[in-house]
Design a protein around this ligand. Structure first.
Ligand code: HAM
Length: 433
């Protein structure tokens, strides 16, 4: 036997047993964002490398170390998207969606970062992102955060806390940066290697260092929040007041700086203690300068992205969800001439019962073998089509999970039973198919 080819490290298959949970979560999110009036946008997975350099920033971990960048056959440098904001802004500019109007957009899909894989950190992972364009006021961040809080509540996620900070305007941040560099220069001997390198390139990121020896030094550093310009301070105060009004608890963390360069003013992260080191399930903020930086007209913007894998890891595994994509019925044809009729019958049932999941036995097999397959499919009912039923235009309706005795039913009655099953399921899950 030839050796089989494995998947790429850090990139995972989502197997049939798990996909029902993904669908369920995606459907919840779809409904949530629609309830706030957001519309979906789908961008390509591949963009020009320049887009990410210009938006995320040349001196960030993502651009320096983590991008999947390659030359295509024309010699153009392309990159698998490490996040969605840059592509969303690019698409917005390109299609004239941003100028002089408000836009509320969301997207979902795979992102790629060449990080060291561990629990909750993958090289292909999935985000749901939400971006708002054209509104400079802090109620945007308030609504985005409220949307997050509502989602956690709906999903039954309790162990999660909100941290917020303001990075101020580009000017106030530049002034703060000088003060910070001066402070760290005075303590240069105490800096670890990574921080010493960042001192010249991206000193704010030193505040994000997890190095234990650096913590005392970081705690003594000047605080961003003490150096905000007046407008940014008022913006931040207003956001805090709105969160208070909505009774959304938060902690102001003046060391929260984020790993992407495009943010201005508000930044926030939702962090859980239940997932170990990779505890940030959702993060975002305001990025008023990015649209202009990417060649569009000056447009205020803010957004967030959540990590689907991390969110799913937080949700209690629900058996009924795992079973949510099992067929409602499994059709068993036995005997002369029944297969052809079964295929036609299955088509008719799918047409007449919207939302029905019906599996037909394919590839033959004895009655016993077929019933075994029916059982393994997870279906609650088997539909039996033997020579007698074929002659009478009926079906055997056989409960497979101990819900009573087998009956012989006319085709219309079978369709009615199955329709009832589908509608009961919809009611129970609270979701449309
Ligand atoms: P980010 O903080 O880089 O922000 O990523 C957002 C979320 O994606 C993280 O909080 C985490 O849940 C998930 N995530 C990131 N990297 C990985 C990974 N390697 N494995 C699994 N999950 C991961 C952004 O991407 C910004 N575009 C968010 C944003 C939108 N800001 C404004 N609008």
């Amino acid at each position: 036997m030839a050796q089989y080819i494995r998947s790429v490290r850090g990139m995972h298959d989502i197997l049939p047993g798990d996909s029902a949970r993904w669908h369920w979560l995606e459907a919840r999110v779809r409904r949530l964002v629609a309830s706030y009036g957001y519309r979906e946008i789908r961008m390509p997975v591949v963009e020009r490398t320049e887009l990410f350099k210009r938006s995320i920033g040349e001196v960030t971990d993502i651009v320096e170390k983590e991008m999947y960048t390659f030359e295509d056959r024309n010699g153009e440098s392309l990159t698998l998207r490490p996040e969605g904001t840059a592509g969303c802004v690019r698409a917005g500019i390109e299609h004239g969606l941003l100028h002089n109007q408000q836009q509320r957009l969301w997207y979902m899909g795979p992102m790629f970062r060449h990080e060291r894989p561990q629990k909750g950190r993958y090289r292909q992972f999935h985000q749901i992102g939400v971006e708002v364009f054209g509104i400079a006021e802090p109620e945007v961040e308030a609504e985005l955060i409220a949307m997050n809080a509502r989602l956690w509540r709906e999903l039954g996620i309790e162990d999660v806390r909100l941290e917020i900070n303001s990075l101020g305007s580009p000017q106030s941040r530049a002034e703060y940066r000088e003060r910070l560099v001066a402070y760290f220069r005075r303590h240069e001997a105490d800096l670890d290697e990574d921080s010493r390198r960042r001192l010249d390139t991206n000193p704010l990121r030193i505040l994000d260092s997890k190095h234990p020896d650096m913590q005392a030094l970081i705690a003594g550093a000047p605080s961003l929040l003490d150096h905000l310009d007046l407008d940014s301070q008022a913006h931040f105060d207003a956001l805090c007041a709105m969160l208070d009004e909505m009774a959304i608890p938060y902690r102001v963390n003046p060391r929260l700086v984020r790993g992407l360069d495009y943010y201005t003013r508000t930044v926030f992260e939702w962090i859980t203690g239940s997932l170990g080191a990779q505890g940030t399930i959702c993060a975002g903020g305001r990025y008023d300068g990015l649209v202009a930086q990417l060649g569009g007209r000056d447009t205020p913007a803010a957004g967030f992205a959540l990590g689907i894998e991390r969110l799913l890891a937080l949700m209690r595994p629900a058996e009924d969800l795992a079973a949510a994509d099992a067929p409602h019925a499994f059709l068993v044809p036995v005997g002369e001439g029944t297969l052809h009729r079964a295929l036609a019958l299955a088509e008719a049932l799918r047409r007449d019962v919207p939302g029905l999941r019906l599996q037909t036995n394919l590839g033959g097999g004895s009655f016993k073998a077929q019933l075994k397959r029916a059982d393994r499919s997870g279906a609650p009912y088997a539909l039996l089509l033997g020579e007698d039923e074929l002659a009478q235009g009926t079906l055997g309706f056989k409960p497979l999970r101990g819900q009573g005795a087998q009956e012989t039913l006319a085709l219309e009655a079978v369709a009615e039973r199955l329709a009832l099953l589908v509608s009961e399921e919809r009611e129970a899950t609270g979701l449309d198919a």
